[in-house]
Design a protein around this ligand. Structure first.
Ligand SMILES: Cc1cc2nc3c(=O)[nH]c(=O)nc-3n(C[C@H](O)[C@H](O)[C@H](O)COP(=O)(O)OP(=O)(O)OC[C@H]3O[C@@H](n4cnc5c(N)ncnc54)[C@H](O)[C@@H]3O)c2cc1C
Ligand code: FES
Ligand code: FES
Length: 1355
């Protein structure tokens, strides 16, 4: 619909080209504008810029990062800064230059060094995050030609990657850095020497390599090549337009005044209209909470709001200054002023270092931050205790109000009047004898909203320890920042000693009370943090006081002596610093006789690496809009179990651009399975169950129409969410799976000791960066459909669409160019979305695009099964386990999906690396009213084996032995049979174990950890080494078959197609390595276009780690067939070239196309007998991790991880090491930070990257070494390689067990029981509450019967 006329022209530049937009819509963000190239009124519209990716829409993943350059009216300089395009309204860009990934380089012209290096350093896998990473690095380099490694970390902190594990990305960035950040600086050693330090005896052999790329080949960074700031914009900035600019959208008007006076007049005229600065608070609220503002006022052109003034008593910072600028301003003041004056500034700076990512800090303003008054605000508690004042402006004049508890509570008398704006903030200097500190605890150390934070200030009577003034404010414990004003008043005049501390804790707990049902949950944890922070404050101040007394030899009144801080307690004071990960990757070089042309075994870059880095790699939603295309949005259930009484979509259909609503009645064929309908018919089984779909002209309209659909329900019983309830109701999806060996009853009678325990493992969201998406294009003839879909299993999509539409499979072609991460989440679900979109396409006759928002994707698709495990283990006093009985329940959700298979795999893999004669494993999948859980990397192994490993830890605790001794004692040692009677040799497992012990210097570090723990009371270290026997493949032969189609064209170029899908795991790269070796032509002759059901039919899902194995065999077969056909020609003309031979073959009518086929590895399982050969082979690996925990906050730091993995002869060590690292970090997320939160009504709360924390770059272990075990062979697989897609996931548990080791040390020291219930993830909450102390004891505990909790545990 055309926008109302009268809008001003919006002028900005994109990649050096001018955009003049005459109908700018204030609701459109930069991110949404790029791909569709909707610059309709621009004279030279830039065409679809699809490089900038959309993944969360809330500024928290960084996939959409671009660089904005603006002229700063105050400094008169050009500022270049990274932003997240999804939160940038296009109207805010007046006079700005935007640089996207396409603007800095291209494979068609010239690559930017950042692009070249990230690709060549193997920093891309699926490539969906890569443009964002590139742009964050690029913006950094525009400001710092030789950044420090710290700056690099800071620049990348706001960018998430779900595939790589970040190490390789960081490695590429480090090539631009000055080597000044060596954290061993001053020790005479350097981290760059690590390659020598960590080389084991094996590495000293010349066949071991530690380089995955050649730095010396990189082109240098030449700043003269960068785009300049457009002279036209500079002219505009020097003669600024003083008039008001107005942009009218369909629903929203954007007004940007040119002068302060105009702004004040406008604010008086539109008192309800918010001021948009960074849009980082308004934007997410408009997107997710339905906030709507018909008028938005933009003060972007008012320079008066960005002025900074330094006076003798404080700093006044303009409200429009970005948080990044505030950070610089504070750092400058701290460097200029004496320490005593900068206490508040230091506290603010500390929190500014952890607050959000660089992009958000570049966008968010100080004023917006303060006025938003988020309960979690990191700055408001400090500003409040630091006595900051707000300078307000209105047409009436100026006014000052204190930023105090009344303002923060939003009391009208203490707040801005509607017509007022915030001009600036005055932050006074601190004084001598005054101390200000800030505290914060979040799910992870960086880039996560805090659970609780605090600002605390104390002023002493000069020369004494008597409290003259005290202010304490907390965030995260109420609906706004909360002040402990009354408590502080009562403590005035008290001495700074333990008596005061006890009293303070009691008072504060009373005043800052948090009800048991408080939103956000974690109530007892938060209460504990409230007092733990107070204790930290007490200690920090005590330390400062002591220094001050020493420094000035001031006589102290009131108390003759300050309480001593023992060395063990000092450890409470320090936060974990951000460190720059270092590490070494080792692998075996190829045989020196292997021809240079043969790429197998070499670290070849991902085929699409460069295209990922330039944004030229096309993902499903990057396909340009096709003629008459419509958008689809899904309507989902808001009830967990209910009958659908009626659906009224009349109001939705009345909306002008809404075309249709698709319901189950529109399905011409089958509506999914009996118990798993594509679209709900009469009954919904979970919140998020898809009921119907709206089809409209645009995605915005489709989403708006959803709100108009009225569904009435009648709730049904029972409603089951938890495993406990499912067991009670006997609610299961499939029969029990059981394996047994030996005689456990007898064995339990003969053992020295028996331990029983429980383990709870939470679920996991796939969080692939590219959400589920599909484009269905109906053809005009013969009911044909072309489907472009992001899936791991296009044949399944094809089959489902066929049965849904009731048309033969041969009319449907599914295309998969590449997938932006799958991890199992795109095995089953894409067929549902493909089928619903196909129904829409057939009904309307239009192409349909369906792209799930992150929130919907997380709500609808399910993930890893949460697990509850019970174990009983019998063992001898020396640690030998004689009997083990494990019973596992997984939460399958409302439909079967893969739950039966997951249960089977879980049971089959439960023994892990241990030989235990008497075993019984039982598993059941519970049916609950939650979205159906599905396949996820590792397929049950990562959850189940955590139970087994927890048994080991429990046995160790009982025997008084370290867990590694129990592991070693019980590990398979010789050729043996598994519980299901499959024979195998554990030789490489043992080699990995010994190699990992050696590489990690495990035994000496175990001693160092113990030493550290003796000296530190509030910080503890833990170390764990975990072995792994991971079975690869599907437990059925038919699932291992694969096919390939190879064409040789007359110019000698070769097109390879196979049944595997490129998910980022580099399968296409590996396939071309195989084809290159077989055909003996360089990889440059070879090409893979896409995976398509038209070229290779009846494919199997790319999953279970065997994609490259089985498809590699098929490609090999096809190439060998072709080569055989060429043999006579080659023999006849041995000196000829490849091209000569192909030409001759064509002349001689030899077919240059061949199908290759692999019939599959033999695999079967007889569940009746409990016997079989279900897996083709095992991958062995061992990981050792060390962590340090903060007992007062529950935070942890990963000090070091060493992984040794048996990849046999890796097809591509760079790709395989990337898989191991990526899976390890994903596993670490599963076991430490990724926590799904459900309401008591079964609604998933954690539906965004703000609420669900996957690891960020700052979570990578400080030292991270990975080595592939050398000299290992397997006769079964192609070129003796092993599939490594999933196995690394479980090795992440080494971090979990290291944390448990540290917690056990705490509990030992405090005489608490060591056999506490193990819960994964080991979040700060779990860790803090397990480290019981006087603070956990003093908090009030609620009787669970007296309140309704905010969330429920479902495992
Ligand atoms: C991904 C992400 C991560 C984050 N992480 C953290 C974190 O870890 N810790 C934390 O504390 N915060 C965090 N935040 C919140 C962030 O600090 C705030 O969103 C931000 O500071 C708001 O500033 P803004 O300029 O974007 O405000 P906007 O969204 O532009 O405006 C917010 C509000 O402020 C009002 N306003 C703005 N300026 C003025 C003025 N001069 N006078 C009167 N009213 C005004 C507006 O009317 C509006 O109501 C995060 C935000 C995001 C998106
Ligand atoms: S899509 Fe913009 S930050 Fe995630
Ligand atoms: S490569 Fe980073 S998300 Fe896939």
């Amino acid at each position: 619909m055309p926008c109302p006329s009268g809008s001003d022209a919006l002028v900005f530049f994109v990649n050096g080209r001018k955009v003049t937009e005459r109908n700018a819509d204030p609701e459109v963000t930069l991110c949404k504008m790029f791909p569709l190239a909707t610059f309709p009124s621009s004279p030279r519209p830039p065409v679809g810029l699809t490089g900038t990716k959309y993944a969360c829409g809330r500024g928290s993943c960084g996939a959409c990062t671009v660089m904005v350059s603006k002229h700063d009216p105050v400094s008169k300089k050009i500022r270049h800064f990274s932003v997240t395009a999804c939160l940038v309204p296009i109207c805010s860009l007046y006079g700005a230059a935007v640089t996207t990934v396409e603007g800095i380089g291209s494979i068609k012209t010239r690559l930017h060094p950042v692009q070249e290096r990230i690709a060549k350093s193997h920093g891309t896998q699926c490539g969906f995050c890569t443009p964002g990473m590139v742009m964050s690095m690029y913006a950094l380099l525009r400001n710092h030609l030789h950044p420090s490694e710290k700056q690099l970390m800071e620049a990348l902190r706001g960018n998430l990657c779900r595939c790589t594990g970040y190490r390789s990305i960081l490695e590429s960035g480090k090539t631009f850095c000055m080597m000044t950040d060596c954290h061993q600086k001053g020790t005479g050693k350097c981290c760059m020497d690590q390659r020598e330090n960590h080389s084991s005896s094996l590495d000293r052999k010349s066949d071991i390599c530690t380089e995955l790329f050649a730095k010396e080949e990189f082109q240098p960074l030449d700043p003269t090549q960068e785009l300049i700031f457009p002279p036209e914009l500079l002219r505009m900035a020097e003669n600024p337009e003083k008039g008001t600019l107005t942009f009218y959208g369909e629903r929203v008007t954007w007004i940007s005044p040119g002068t302060l006076q105009d702004l004040l007049e406008l604010k008086a005229k539109h008192p309800e209209a918010p001021l948009v600065l960074g849009n980082t608070s308004l934007g997410p609220a408009m997107k997710s909470q339905g906030h709507f503002h018909p008028i938005l006022l933009s003060p972007a052109r008012i320079s008066e709001l960005s002025v900074v003034t330094k006076t003798s008593d404080g700093l006044t910072i303009g409200a429009a200054c970005s948080l990044a600028q505030v950070k610089d301003i504070l750092a400058e003041s701290i460097s200029e002023l004496p320490e005593e004056k900068t206490q508040t500034y230091r506290a603010l700076l500390k929190h500014l270092r952890t607050l959000a990512g660089q992009q958000i800090r570049n966008m968010a303003s100080l004023g917006g931050h303060i006025i938003s008054r988020h309960c979690y605000s990191d700055l408001n508690p400090i500003l409040a205790v630091g006595n900051a004042t707000l300078n307000l402006l209105s047409e009436e004049g100026t006014r000052q109000i204190p930023l105090n508890e009344h303002f923060l509570a939003g009391l009208a008398s203490a707040d801005l009047k509607p017509e007022e704006i915030l001009e600036s903030v005055y932050i006074p200097h601190s004084r001598k004898w005054e101390f200000v500190f800030a505290f914060r605890q979040a799910q992870c150390l960086q880039n996560a909203l805090p659970d609780v934070n605090a600002g605390m200030r104390v002023l002493f009577k000069e020369g004494t320890d008597t409290i003259e003034d005290l202010s304490i404010a907390y965030g995260g414990v109420g609906t706004a920042t909360v002040s402990a004003h009354k408590s502080c008043q009562q403590l005035l005049g008290r001495h700074w000693n333990e008596l005061m501390l006890d009293e303070a804790c009691r008072l504060v707990l009373d005043e800052v009370s948090l009800p048991g049902s408080a939103p956000g949950g974690k109530v007892e944890f938060k209460r504990t943090l409230v007092v733990s922070f107070l204790f930290k404050f007490y200690l920090k101040v005590l330390k400062e006081l002591k220094t001050l007394v020493r420094q000035f030899s001031v006589p102290v009144s009131g108390s003759s002596r300050y309480p001593e801080i023992s060395d063990g307690f000092l450890s409470a004071l320090e936060d974990f610093p951000v460190t720059i990960p270092q590490g070494v990757q080792t692998y075996q070089k190829v045989d020196s006789h292997q021809p240079l042309r043969d790429p197998v075994g070499r670290p070849i870059m991902h085929l699409s690496g460069l295209k990922h880095a330039t944004g030229e790699a096309i993902f499903c939603d990057d396909i340009p809009r096709v003629d008459k295309e419509l958008f689809m949005a899904l309507v989902t259930s808001t009830r967990a179990h209910a009958k659908i009484i009626s659906i009224d979509f009349s109001e939705a259909l009345e909306l002008p651009e809404v075309v249709d609503v698709i319901t189950a009645k529109d399905i011409p064929g089958t509506n999914g399975g009996e118990d798993d309908k594509l679209l709900a018919v009469d009954e919904v089984l979970c919140v998020g169950h898809v009921i119907c779909a709206v089809v409209a002209e645009t995605d915005i309209q489709a989403k708006q129409a959803i709100e108009k659909i009225k569904i009435t329900y009648e709730d049904l019983e029972p409603v089951i969410f938890t495993i406990e309830d499912a067991i009670k109701h006997n609610s299961f999806l499939c029969p029990e799976k059981k394996l047994e060996q030996g005689n456990i009853k007898e064995a339990f009678e003969k053992v020295d000791q028996i331990v029983e325990g429980e383990v709870h493992v939470g679920g996991q969201e796939h969080f692939y960066m590219e959400t589920q998406r599909v484009l269905v294009i109906p053809k005009t003839e013969d009911k044909e459909l072309d489907i472009y879909v992001s899936t791991q299993d296009p044949a399944h999509v094809q089959k489902t669409v066929s049965s849904t539409l009731n048309i033969p499979i041969n009319r449907i072609t599914c295309h998969v160019k590449r997938v932006g991460g799958g991890f199992g989440g795109k095995v089953g679900r894409p067929s549902v979305f493909g089928a619903i979109a196909a129904v829409g396409a057939v009904k309307t006759g239009h192409p349909i695009r369906l792209v799930l928002d992150r929130e919907d994707d997380m709500l609808i698709t399910g993930g890893r099964h949460p697990l509850f495990g019970k174990y009983k283990v019998g063992f001898m006093n020396n640690g030998r386990i004689k009997a083990l009985d494990i019973e596992c329940y997984i939460n399958g959700g409302c439909t079967l999906d893969h739950s039966e298979l997951v249960t089977e795999f879980l049971i089959l893999k439960l023994e892990n690396a241990y030989k235990i004669r008497n075993l019984r494993f039982r598993g059941r999948a519970c049916m609950t009213n939650l979205p159906s859980n599905t396949a996820f990397r590792g397929f049950g192994f990562p959850q189940g084996t955590l139970v087994t490993e927890s048994c080991i830890t429990a046995v160790a605790a009982k025997c008084g032995l370290p867990p590694e001794k129990i592991r070693e004692k019980n590990m398979y040692k010789t050729v043996d049979k598994t519980i299901y009677k499959q024979a195998f040799s554990p030789e490489t497992l043992i080699r990995c174990w010994n190699e990992c012990l050696e590489r990690s210097s495990f035994h000496s570090r175990r001693m160092q950890v113990e030493e550290f723990n003796k000296k530190n009371y509030w910080k503890k270290k833990g170390i764990a080494i975990i072995p792994m026997k991971f079975s690869v493949g599907f437990a059925a032969t038919s699932f291992h078959q694969a096919a390939a189609l190879v064409h040789i064209y007359t110019d000698g170029s070769v097109l390879v197609t196979h049944g595997g899908n490129e998910l980022g795991q580099g399968i296409h790269t590996k396939m071309l390595q195989v084809a290159s070796r077989e055909l003996k032509v360089p990889m440059s002759y070879l090409h893979i276009c896409e995976t398509s059901t038209a070229t290779v039919p009846n494919t199997i899902a790319t999953a279970a780690s065997v994609g490259a194995d089985v498809n590699g065999r098929a490609v090999q077969n096809a190439c060998q067939i072709l080569l055989k056909r060429l043999e006579p020609i080659i023999k006849k003309n041995p000196e000829g070239t490849w091209e000569n031979w192909i030409e001759a073959a064509f002349e001689q009518r030899i077919s240059l196309s061949a199908t290759g086929y692999f019939r599959g590895y033999k695999a079967f399982m007889d569940w009746e007998k409990g016997e079989g050969d279900p897996f083709p082979y095992y991958v062995y690996g061992v990981a050792c991790s060390e962590v340090e925990i903060d007992c007062l906050t529950g935070a942890h730091k990963k000090t070091r991880t060493d992984i040794v993995m048996d990849a046999c002869c890796s097809l591509n060590p760079a790709i395989d090491i990337g898989q191991i690292e990526g899976a390890f970090i994903q596993g670490m997320g599963l076991y430490t930070t990724e926590e799904l939160q459900y309401s008591p009504e079964g609604v998933l709360y954690s539906r965004s990257s703000d609420e669900y924390k996957i690891p960020t770059i700052t979570d990578v272990p400080e030292e991270f070494n990975v080595s592939l075990l050398p000299s290992s062979q397997t006769p079964l697989t192609i070129y003796s390689s092993k599939g490594l897609g999933e196995s690394g996931m479980f090795l992440g548990s080494s971090v979990f067990f290291a944390i448990m080791d540290a917690v056990a040390a705490v509990r030992r020291e405090r005489d608490a029981a060591e056999d506490f219930t193990v819960k994964s993830p080991a979040t700060p909450e779990q860790v803090r509450m397990a480290c019981a102390d006087r603070f956990t004891e003093m908090i009030p505990r609620d009787d669970p019967k007296t309140f309704k909790p905010w969330s429920i545990p479902i495992a």
